[in-house]
Design a protein around this ligand. Structure first.
Ligand SMILES: [Zn+2]
Length: 181
């Protein structure tokens, strides 16, 4: 469930990737100290990862073509930009493996192609999050408020995204090691 990674970083970093919690620490730091200091956060993340794993076993993928997915992304991003009164430049669908979406300083929004098989509501949630970055750059209180107003069930949506992430990773691993099927 968790992995300790020693890397050339200045400060320790905690990241959640599906059902894997990564504790990234500088080479000379004791990872157990970092874990002790963040034990509450870790306990909460372990519980969330456990719930997401459970959900991932019964979720189903949505079948839609790449073309349909692209136009859905395009429409939803434009719709939210209008709603929030912000300008979006380009909208990309790309095979990014490290996140569901991103927003650049040049007002370009990228939605990961791995979201193609997600339910529309989750795609909308991802798109809205990125468009919100054109209003607030950081994940601060204002940003959270903006997301919460539109998606009061954001906690549940985050959990579902985590579950889909786990499911997609499993699928990828199976495709990479067909003998395990
Ligand atoms: Zn963000």
């Amino acid at each position: 469930m968790y992995r300790i990674i020693r890397r050339q970083v200045k400060c320790p970093r905690l990241e959640v990737w599906g059902n894997e919690i990564r504790i990234i620490v500088p080479r000379n730091m004791d990872p157990w100290r970092v874990m002790r200091e963040n034990r509450r956060w870790l306990a909460k993340q372990i519980e969330l990862a456990r719930r997401a794993s459970k959900i991932s076993r019964r979720i189903e993928f949505v079948q839609r073509t790449r073309k349909k997915f692209r136009s859905l992304v395009e429409n939803v991003v434009r719709e939210y930009a209008r709603e929030l009164g912000v300008e979006v430049d380009k909208i990309f669908v790309r095979r990014v493996k490290s996140s569901w979406g991103s927003c650049s300083g040049r007002r370009n929004i990228t939605i990961s192609a791995i979201a193609q098989r997600l339910p529309e509501r989750l795609i909308r949630y991802i798109a809205y999050h990125e468009v919100c970055h054109l209003v607030r750059w950081r994940h601060d209180k204002e940003f959270e408020k903006l997301v919460r107003e539109k998606f009061p069930d954001h906690g549940d949506l985050e959990l579902q995204l985590q579950a889909y992430w786990i499911k997609l990773r499993e699928l990828e691993e199976m495709e990479a090691n067909p003998r395990r099927l």
